[in-house]
Design a protein around this ligand. Structure first.
Ligand code: UFG
Length: 339
């Protein structure tokens, strides 16, 4: 790998980004992270980090001229579905306009490989289950729409400029690194597993379950949870794909197995040995009853295998990380009190 250029990882200090940085470094790759630290953490990466924003075209031009970049993995973007409904402009700016700045800087310098963070949200309301990559793409919120628009842009850039891409449509990313060095730490937490663990750790009193009248065995929504280390591996395999083939590819990244909110809560109680009080609340707008990936394509074409995505492993790693996070925050509070 020593003669190859660097891999630029936008959003490298974020949740999935930082796990991917770690995994690529373990594979001996030379990585460079770019992150505006709006939600990421500088101490999540152990590689050179440029703090900056994709809206800064001059910065992008400078990065691509200062470094020999071989490929880009593009995580930077906004990802809260509910927020996207109220503030669509933020989503089209961050996920589309800023993404275009990145693509243009790449094209100018002849960098022709990109892995794109897409989402199951591009499919919208499911028409059948499990969802394969050919499922109609009709997003039901600006977040999903912004991801779909960017996928479409990639297709046109492939045709016009020979830019090759893999769009990875993530299902529900979860869990933390196996050594508890990295994990999920969002300023605003909306996702189920960290919410459940906050209740287990008595940082919140009760878990609100959004809807128990869905047409599922226990009445709660079913999702396909994929461990973040498996997700990182999917990026590594995608890079290999683009080193062998040119074109525009898209893959679901999931396990093909669905778990209900009720099952997640039970798994959390087993792993944490804590009682988790729940309260049934009205359905959350825009939540489909079931979202499960047909994950065959990525298995067959990239040799992807979900190794850590058992709910128990997801929960154990997330809980270890969560406890570490709590300890660190406690430590920081003590430091503050001492000054
Ligand atoms: N849920 C609760 N209580 C909570 C939080 C979540 O009951 O406090 C439920 C939700 O209603 C949903 C399930 O837990 O049924 C999972 O919710 P998450 O918010 O963890 O994840 P989503 O499935 O809503 O979202 C994920 C990704 C999005 C992506 C979406 C569709 O986080 O980025 O899948 O692909 F857009």
């Amino acid at each position: 790998m020593s003669n190859a250029g660097k891999i630029l990882i936008t959003g490298g200090a974020g949740y999935i980004g930082s796990h991917t940085v770690k995994l690529l470094q373990e594979q001996g790759m030379d990585v460079l992270a770019l992150d505006n630290l709006s939600t990421g953490h500088a101490d999540s990466v152990n590689c050179p980090l440029i703090v900056g924003d994709l809206s800064d075209k001059n910065l992008l031009g400078k990065i691509f001229s200062d470094y020999q970049i071989d490929a880009v993995i593009h995580f930077a973007g906004s990802l809260i579905v509910e927020e996207s409904v109220s503030f669509p402009q933020k989503y089209f700016e961050n996920n589309v306009a800023n993404g275009l700045n990145l693509l243009d800087a790449m094209v100018k310098r002849g960098v022709n490989k990109i892995i794109d963070s897409s989402s199951a949200a591009v499919y919208g309301e499911p028409h059948y289950m499990p969802i394969d990559e050919d499922h109609p793409r009709k997003p039901v919120n600006p977040y999903g729409e912004s991801k779909l628009v960017f996928e479409k842009i990639l297709r046109w850039y492939a045709q016009a400029f020979g830019l090759s891409s893999v769009s990875l449509r993530y299902f529900n990313a979860a869990g933390a690194s196996l050594d508890a060095s990295l994990g999920e730490d969002h300023p605003v937490e909306t996702h189920l597993i960290p919410k459940v663990l906050r209740v287990a750790a008595r940082q919140e009193e009760v878990l609100k379950i959004f809807g128990n009248d869905y047409p599922t065995p226990d009445g709660t929504c079913i999702r396909d949870y994929i461990h973040v280390v498996d997700l990182a591996q999917a990026h590594f395999l995608s890079l290999n794909k683009l080193n062998q083939d040119s074109g525009c590819f898209s893959y679901n990244v999931g396990t093909g197995k669905g778990r209900s909110v009720g099952e997640v809560v039970n798994a959390a109680m087993e792993v944490t040995h804590k009682m988790i009080p729940i309260e049934y609340a009205p359905r959350r707008a825009g939540d489909p009853a079931i979202l499960v990936a047909d994950a065959e394509k990525i298995k067959n074409e990239l040799g992807f295998e979900a190794k850590y995505s058992d709910l128990e492993i997801i929960m154990k790693t997330a809980w270890a990380w969560h406890q570490k996070l709590l300890d660190n925050h406690k430590y920081k509070q003590q430091e503050l009190q001492m000054h």
